[in-house]
Design a protein around this ligand. Sequence first.
Ligand SMILES: *Cc1c(COP(=O)(O)O)cnc(C)c1O
Length: 364
Amino acid sequence: MEFIDLKTQYRRIEEKVRDRINTVLEHGRFIMGPEIKELETRLAEYVDAKHAIAVSSGTDALSLAMMALGIGHGDEVITTPFTFIATAETIALVGAKPVFVDIDPVSYNIDPEQIEQAITEKTKAIMPVDLYGLCANYDRINAIGKKHSLPVIEDGAQAFGATYKGKRACSLSTIGTTSFFPAKPLGCYGDGGACFTNDDELATRMKQLRVHGEDRRYNHPLIGLNARMDSLQAAITIEKLEIFPDEVRARERIGTLYTEALKDVVKTPVIEDGHTHVYAQYTIEVDDREKVMEHVNGADIPLAVHYPTPLHLQPAFEYLGYKEGSFPVSEKAACRVLSLPMSPYLSAMDQERVINAILSAVKK
Ligand SMILES: *Cc1c(COP(=O)(O)O)cnc(C)c1O
């Protein structure tokens, strides 16, 4: 059993993917070929955002979002410490200071009630993360953003395909970003990502920043990046997007099955009203994680921990001056969370094996 089964998906779309790749090899426009525009049109339609900008990774999508908003040295960006490193790393990379706010213990997303006390005159944006594939509380967060005239950047790297109050992830704030890293809900066969916005000016700036800040060939009004997506990755993502709605349904079905089987024994994901979950990770909480992992791994079932160390305790962020105890909810979650094998192609038999292994490990 694999933690994320990408091979079964490939068998399903193999012919179409190979045709798409061949088309790119034949036309030879490997950079900014016609597939980029085609993918962007389809992504914008799927998310229901005015603009989609295909980029080189979810990490670069975050950098582009902040650069387009003019965030840099001396600025602060409020985010969660319970996320993948890229969220806060890019804040630091553009020259700003990550300011962490603890999470809500139920959703694992930034606790809106604690955001306002972290706002200073240096704050330039709020950056919630849709952890594990469940959107943050955008009604509350956008209201705070509006009250303080702060843009909200949605790190939707794990939530592409999820919905919040009937709207898709990545369309929920000023700018939404996502990742097409292979293991994400919508993955390509390498690195890729996208930015989404309804704001024409921000879209234009992100498009320029993606190509060295140029507005036309060899004219550079902005200092930018090389953050383009390859035509090949776009071609592959187009084919994957075709079957994505079907895969989202399978994810929901498998996630619900896990929850029904495990909810009386361990803490399982809680989906509050108005949310749908895409289970980028299906993550439970257990008391003695080491013991459970040993037992389940012993049954030849792969597991993962997302994430063992909250970002405020990462050596790279020591300079921010946070300590153990700064964000107790994140720290507690980091000791307890455990992600189970999850993909739209997880077979009923394999899922039953995972469930039985967890049940027997917890009862031991
Ligand atoms: C994966 C991920 C990213 C970065 O995406 P890449 O495409 O790997 O650069 C950013 N934020 C979160 C929350 C992620 O899970």
